[in-house]
Design a protein around this ligand. Structure first.
Ligand code: SF4
Length: 322
């Protein structure tokens, strides 16, 4: 039997009425003994909304030496992390990586670059890659290129880009503790601009940055208000050399409960799990669908290795994924 609050709020969602931030906080405040019920209910919402399992993949198209000081990030030029650095990869290599992920079974391929914003020449190269992959694969093409302006958004959509990824990383109220070199409003402006150009939005964050439960709900409420299509959730895997290197890992309980809360707050969005799932969840990764996730990133992440691709694909085939 479900806790009456979980039953009531699940019904509200299935009746088409989104939760308020206040209601999300009530769920977050439930005692741990009710977490399994929360997970079951989140899974029921995922199925009722008709979400299908999907996979996505990224390539680190440009790595490191970033001018920004995001305190979790191996690629920030402010910290000495020993993370690989390279300029934007040559066009053919970007294309070949996309073809390889298509071959491996990914549905979506995203080109990800470090830095606040690309140069005009770099946008040209990304656009050429998108055009080439669009003509040769059925991949949904996404990009995560930092801040956008009108001109960049126009050129990318003309090339065939259909999705734009731009994480908010954390709640507005926690952001100043995580990044001081650009503002939350700049990130929101880029998401709004991408939407204006008809791009589907992939935006989420990293859990385990020292945020409170209320701040997790706050981030979810902001993403719901922005009406994003897909929410990638990462779990902090602390990187040596960054200011957050000694942060504790999220517990399995907190990670799964967080995913369930995002499912309650964003019933219509795809929720995909990206970095940190192996380290934080270990053998409990197959619980992610139970918690309301319907997607996962396969292959490697930006600066950390993902789980063995065959193991991930086997998990999907075995039906643990919903
Ligand atoms: S998260 Fe992005 S903007 Fe922030 S330091 Fe890393 S690469 Fe730069």
């Amino acid at each position: 039997m479900l806790h009456p609050l979980i039953t009531r709020l699940s019904r509200q969602i299935l009746d088409g009425k989104p939760l308020s931030e206040e209601q999300g906080n009530l769920l977050a405040e439930l005692e741990n003994g009710h977490t399994t019920e929360l997970l079951f209910a989140a899974n029921a919402i995922t199925r009722a909304m008709g979400h299908r399992p999907f996979t996505c993949s990224i390539t680190n198209a440009k790595s490191g030496t970033c001018s920004q000081d995001c305190r979790f990030c191996a690629q920030s030029g402010h910290y000495n992390t020993g993370s690989p650095t390279h300029p934007l990869l040559p066009l053919q290599e970007l294309i070949d990586r996309g073809l390889a992920m298509h071959e491996a079974g990914a549905c979506c391929y995203s080109l990800v670059t470090s830095g606040l914003m690309l140069s005009s020449d770099e946008i040209d190269r990304i656009a050429a890659c998108i055009e080439a992959l669009k003509s040769r694969t059925s991949l949904q093409l996404s990009a995560s290129l930092g801040l956008l302006n009108q001109d960049y958004a126009h050129r990318l959509t003309q090339a065939g880009l259909t999705r734009y990824h731009h994480n908010l990383e954390t709640a507005r109220s926690h952001f100043p503790s995580i990044c001081t070199t650009h503002s939350y409003d700049e990130d929101i402006a880029t998401i709004r601009l991408a939407k204006e150009h008809g791009l589907r939005i992939c935006s989420g964050g990293i859990l385990g940055l020292g945020e409170s439960w209320a701040q997790r709900v706050e981030l979810a409420a902001t993403l719901a208000e922005l009406d994003v299509d897909t929410v990638p959730l990462n779990f902090l895997s602390p990187i040596a050399g960054t200011p957050l290197q000694d942060s504790p890992l999220l517990s399995v309980h907190d990670a799964l409960k967080s995913v369930a809360l995002f499912r309650f707050m964003l019933p219509k969005a795809n929720i995909t799990i990206a970095g940190g799932r192996e380290r934080v969840l270990g053998d409990y990764q197959s619980w992610l669908p139970l918690a309301g996730a319907n997607g996962m990133m396969i292959g490697n992440y930006l600066t950390t290795r993902g789980r063995d691709l065959d193991a991930d694909l086997k998990m999907l085939e075995q039906g643990t994924w919903i």
